[in-house]
Design a protein around this ligand. Structure first.
Ligand code: FAD
Length: 569
């Protein structure tokens, strides 16, 4: 019936999908449906509480994807968390709002995605944002900004938690890091991220609530007559026009929902926003992917794109903890973002050339791992670009988060640009089965070395006053497990036994020219199709130094404008 026909059908009402739904439904003559596996979490306290990070983990709103055994990382599986809710992963994430280093967004255009550069995206970072100017109390506790970097009229509230950590902490961290040569960065959201900073979060500062994609982009607009969310409903695959000759033409999406299996028809376009672990799987279930994989499941090939699901890039996270010599109240938002120069000092050029001399071998192994689906030359080019970002452009090498809470002072960290590349592929033809996910954590020596080097840098910071004076004994890793002057292999053993995913998977349907391994073009349209796009973390071709949501909101805002341009004049 007419109830199941819309102009645009968006799969996934998450971080990116709700932006697209909001912006497309601004076109009054067009109808928009969003298919979302999860439900409303508007009244879920595990979501809304500003201090509730982690409470939603393992509950029914966490997909909690399990990876394959991680051969290079001690053998065990990892859990990758992702939100199953209206609002997607933005409803369970850490709310950190940091963008990227300018050169990383400019790289998208350099590799052939016309129009995707920092200056253009900056407009959309700001378009998405409603910056909440901090109060004098928040400023006293470290909130700092350049207003020119921020948008004031967008849907997403960005600011600092109402209760920020004691004002003593930031000056103590600053004095410590000044001695290590790391400058203070007033506002890391202008494209220069290196330094110590008190970053903003996606919070409604006044109401003291998480601001996620649903609160920002959906709930205030839920009464639009042309916008419909179909929740508790899972997409299985795209349905194609039967006589697609040149290009594959999508006519709708097969879903399983409260009425069983049915088709939601799309007169104009199907947009996949199911996240980087799910959108490539939907492409494969729909016949777009590597024929060698599709053949194993008897799925007819609509479009041969061997790189669907490849190029998976995630980071790995680990932590320190110390006894506190103080009591800290409120929510901390402190990060140190040191560059390779900061970490390696006078050894940096030796490290840079060591890494450089490994790139050809790394690229060869990535290609072999994909059974040739990914071309060695393409990986090598991407690795050289990444190497230049790290060692020439001096983008941040790691993020180090400081968490003084109560009477303990802990720290989480992750090297920002690992070289390991993995994949996500279907395991069956049943869309309700999770995909096979293999990030290949620590596939390469450099990724493990980076962990040990950053860990040493952190321990050094905690041994430098005044930071040294406000913490007591190191509880993790602890001198017993990793003594002072421990060898690389001791550090690396600790890393492998304690690491976790940093939950930033990207790249599995990369926006790149087709001959460079791309799955979508610069309008985020899937190659070989007339009317299917991907708009979510899958399309980011390279990992970023910022947390992902700010960039995903901006990408989805820009994508929405590119789509609208085709329908309104
Ligand atoms: P999602 O937001 O995951 O949206 C995908 C949606 O599709 C989901 O709602 C899902 O339920 C739905 N879906 C999937 N499959 C189907 C299907 N077959 N049918 C129907 N619906 C489907 N980023 C930051 O910026 N700051 C942080 O502090 C931060 N911390 C994080 C902490 C954690 C624990 C995690 C997991 C991530 C964190 N991130 C953070 C990363 C960031 O939140 C994600 O990268 C981002 O939200 C992903 O957005 P997306 O649009 O790609 O996908």
């Amino acid at each position: 019936g007419s109830a199941s026909r819309y102009d645009f059908v968006i799969v996934g009402g998450g971080t990116s999908g709700l932006v697209v739904a909001n912006r497309l439904s601004e076109m009054e003559g067009f109808t928009v449906a969003v298919i979302e596996a999860g439900d409303s979490v508007l009244n879920n306290a595990n979501v809304s509480a500003v201090t509730g990070y982690g409470q939603a983990f393992g509950t029914e709103i966490d997909w909690a994807y399990e990876t394959e055994d991680q051969t290079y990382a001690g053998g065990s599986k990892q859990i990758i968390r992702a939100g199953k809710a209206i609002g997607g992963t933005s409803t369970i994430n850490g709310m950190t709002h940091t963008r990227a280093q300018k050169v990383q967004i400019d790289a998208w255009e350099h590799v052939g995605n016309e129009g995707w550069n920092w200056n253009n995206l900056f407009t959309y970072y700001k378009k998405s944002e409603e910056f909440q100017v901090p109060t004098s109390e928040q400023v006293a506790r470290g909130a700092d900004y350049y207003i020119a970097y921020h948008g004031e009229h967008g849907p997403l509230k960005v600011g600092w938690p109402r209760e920020m950590t004691n004002s003593s902490v930031l000056p103590q961290l600053d004095e410590t890091f000044q001695q290590l040569g790391l400058p203070y960065n007033r506002d890391c959201n202008g494209g220069s991220m290196v330094g110590l900073t008190a970053h903003p979060n996606t919070v409604d500062s006044e109401a003291n609530l998480r601001h996620d994609a649903a609160r920002a982009y959906y709930w205030p607009y839920q009464h639009r007559p042309n916008l419909k969310i179909i929740s508790n409903t899972s997409a299985n695959k795209i349905i194609w026009e039967s006589d697609s000759s040149n290009e594959a033409v999508a006519v709708g999406v097969e879903v399983t929902g409260v009425n069983g299996v049915e088709t939601i028809y799309a007169s104009k376009e199907v947009i996949l926003s199911a996240g980087s672990l799910r959108s490539p799987m939907l492409l494969e279930l729909s016949g777009i992917g590597n024929p060698n994989i599709l053949r194993q499941f008897d799925i007819p090939v609509q479009v041969n794109i061997s790189t669907v699901g490849e190029n998976l890039q995630d980071q790995t996270n680990n932590g320190f903890s110390y006894e506190g010599n103080d009591i800290w109240l409120g929510s901390p938002t402190f990060s140190a973002l040191p560059s390779a120069d900061d970490i390696f000092g006078e050894n940096v050029s030796t490290i840079a050339s060591d890494v450089n001399s490994s790139l050809a071998e790394y690229a060869k192994r990535v290609s072999e791992h994909s059974n040739g689906a990914v071309q060695e030359g393409n990986v090598l080019a991407a690795f050289q670009l990444q190497h230049d970002q790290i060692f020439k452009s001096q983008v941040p090498y790691a993020e180090i988060v400081f968490l003084p809470i109560g009477n303990s002072f802990s720290s989480e960290y992750w090297p920002l640009l690992p070289f390991s590349r993995g994949s996500v592929h279907i395991n069956s033809t049943d869309g309700s089965q999770p995909p096979s996910i293999n990030p290949n954590y620590f596939m390469f020596g450099q990724d493990l070395n980076a962990h040990a080097d950053v860990a040493r840098y952190i321990r050094n910071a905690f041994s430098t006053p005044p930071l040294r004076t406000i913490v007591g004994e190191e509880l993790a890793p602890g001198q017993k497990h990793v003594p002072e002057n421990a060898s690389d292999s001791i550090w690396e053993g600790w890393v492998k036994s304690k690491y976790r995913s940093n939950f930033h998977p990207v790249g599995t349907a990369s926006m790149l020219p087709r001959d460079k391994g791309g799955v979508v073009d610069a309008e985020l349209k899937v190659y070989g199709t007339k009317n299917v796009r991907v708009v979510d973390a899958s399309v980011l071709p390279f990992q970023l130094c910022g947390h992902l949501t700010s960039t995903l909101y901006a990408v989805a805002e820009r994508a929405s404008d590119l789509i609208k341009k085709r329908y309104i004049f």
